[in-house]
Design a protein around this ligand. Structure first.
Ligand SMILES: NC(=O)c1ccc[n+]([C@@H]2O[C@H](COP(=O)([O-])OP(=O)(O)OC[C@H]3O[C@@H](n4cnc5c(N)ncnc54)[C@H](OP(=O)(O)O)[C@@H]3O)[C@@H](O)[C@H]2O)c1
Length: 344
């Protein structure tokens, strides 16, 4: 789902709720408190003053645009997605929480409108994305400090630019940092159709890695399988198939994965672990099932598997902004995708 186009297009709060929040509206009426200012200011934002159910706590507000300082950048937001982490942050269940009241949204792309006198490196017309989580991208425009932004090329698709900063970077780091993988090695992951999962498929394919992609079953599973294979997935299997005895034969032709990427937890992660090669690593980066990771004692004793975690925000804290640049990223050439940026 995209926020900024809905924000910019909607003329009234009711229109906005219709275009932006259809799923929430179906469940309960959206909150109805909006700025009472007779002269609405130019900036519209989705704001929450308390943590809780997004359907109850997020409100459309009119905000004043902050005054520009010498090291500030005035940005008009072009597109901003809604990610699971945005929801968790509003609920108050995330590793970092902004000071309240806060504008929702951690990702997005904006166009520079004006820059302060001491700003170099970005100019009006450039596209910028948040450097870190918590910027509050669900608004039509804002004044941000230069340090809060990273410039991206403005000749890639808008939606790719708006989503390049989190999921593809997470996928890349997880493929690079935990096991030394060589072309021909395999990687197994669950929630393979997620944003991160799709990035894993594309980057792994570019690195010559074979991916075993686990997804939840659905009526149109073949359509999903075809779509993921077109992106570079080698195998797409359902959670149910992964549990079957026949998986033993599957691993006669495919090397056992040394790396498993877990977005789900619960039973799904236990199954990933069961198929991991001895000494292999499972990296947990999401908990979509909201259930703990359970590993049998024998896996540790007889297979010496390693359980690790990854959080992009922590990785950024641990590495200097110079290391965040994509200079060392894979040269992935997906037509029309965000990865074109990685080549520049
Ligand atoms: N650690 C990090 O640095 C980091 C970075 C980025 C993202 N993440 C996390 O990664 C996760 C995915 O993010 P995303 O943006 O890629 O999500 P997304 O594109 O919205 O995809 C969500 C995925 O979760 C699956 N899913 C949802 N509920 C599930 C359940 N109860 N059991 C099993 N699978 C379920 C969905 O499968 P269906 O299609 O079958 O519903 C889909 O594959 C989130 O938890 C996010 O917070 C972490």
């Amino acid at each position: 789902m995209w926020v900024c186009r809905a924000l910019c297009g909607a003329r009234t709060p009711t229109q906005l709720r219709r275009t932006l929040l259809p799923a929430w509206d179906r469940r309960r009426p959206a909150a109805a408190s909006y700025s009472a200012s007779a002269e609405p200011s130019r900036v519209r934002a989705l704001v929450y003053e308390h943590h809780g159910d997004p359907a109850k706590v997020v409100e459309l507000k009119n905000l004043e645009l902050a005054a520009m300082g010498g090291s500030d950048v005035h940005v008009k937001m072009l597109a901003a997605p809604v990610n699971p982490a945005d929801i968790n942050m509003i609920q108050g269940n995330y590793g970092i929480l902004p000071k309240l009241p806060a504008v929702g949204g951690n990702e997005g792309v904006g166009q520079v409108v004006a820059v302060g006198s001491s700003v170099t490196g970005v100019k009006p017309g450039d596209w910028v994305i948040p450097a870190n989580a918590g910027l509050g991208t669900w608004r039509t425009e804002a004044v941000f400090s230069k340090e809060a932004l990273i410039r991206v090329p403005n000749d890639i698709p808008l939606q790719s630019a708006a989503t390049v900063g989190v999921n593809p970077c997470t996928a890349y780091r997880m493929l690079m940092d935990f096991e030394q993988l060589r072309p021909g090695d395999s990687v197994i992951q669950n929630a393979s159709n997620s944003g991160v999962g799709q990035a894993v498929i594309q980057i792994a394919a570019a690195l010559g890695l074979r991916t075993i992609n686990v997804v939840r079953d659905r009526p149109d599973i073949q359509k999903l399988t075809d779509r993921l294979k077109k992106m570079g997935a080698e195998h797409v299997i359902t959670e149910e198939e992964l549990r079957k005895h026949e998986m033993k034969n599957f691993f006669k032709d495919v090397p056992r994965p040394r790396l498993a990427l877990n977005c789900v937890g619960g039973k799904s992660s236990t199954e990933l672990l069961r198929h991991l090669a001895p000494g292999g690593t499972m990296v947990t980066y999401g908990g979509m099932a909201k259930q703990p990771v359970i590993a049998s004692v024998s896996l540790f004793i007889f297979k010496d598997v390693k359980l690790r975690g990854f959080w992009l925000s922590q990785w950024k804290k641990d590495h200097s902004p110079g290391e965040w640049t994509m200079a060392s990223s894979p040269r992935v050439t997906q037509e029309g995708s965000a990865y074109e940026w990685l080549q520049k």
